[in-house]
Design a protein around this ligand. Sequence first.
Ligand code: SF4
Length: 230
Amino acid sequence: MDSVKGIYGAKPTPLMVYEMLESRFGFQGWWPGRNNFEILVGAMLTQQTSWKNVDKALLNLRKGGLLSLNALADADLHELELMIRPSGYYRQKAARLKAVCSYIRYKHSTLRRFLNLDVQTLRAELLSLNGIGNETSDSIILYAADKPVFVIDAYTKRMAARLFGIWENLEYDVLQDYFQSALAKDVGLYKDFHAQIVELGKRYCRTKPLCGDCPLFKICKYRKSTWHPY
Ligand code: SF4
């Protein structure tokens, strides 16, 4: 496991970062999906694509009456592939969706029972399923199961690396532990903080950062070391 010495000694704190982002972007109230099942499906479909494409796929599934655990578990694979085609990698994603829904139905009968598992068990079961990695698993736990697990994605890694001056390729669990140790176990805070980081990544902390008007301009280590007004 990588050393966390550097990040634990760093200032500013995650809560300070959240407050600065929230005061600029406002509360995000964010995650497409009308219910827990749609959130789970959306979390799987969003891998390597944009939310705009996930929305199109969810709309097709909704129109086709496939947005339920039983309907997806029993769906014709080819029909499912066509419906989720807008989300990309549709063959792989269709097979995985069917497999995950079949697993939940077989092992727990209902989605509610599955999501009611304690966090450790739920996370272990999700990670044991084909196609579900750390980010997808934790998005499902946070947004569908309403349990406090901090989601780490590429935007979070990039922001943390630049802001705190840490290595961008820190292990997932190390960075997650850093945020979780520094924040109260608050589902609403975790949800909105993740959304704020995504907003930051889209608007300012891009591959080529736009530091000049970034809400974290005053506290960012990367900006202090590289940015010049002229
Ligand atoms: S100041 Fe620049 S590098 Fe720092 S978080 Fe903002 S956009 Fe990213």
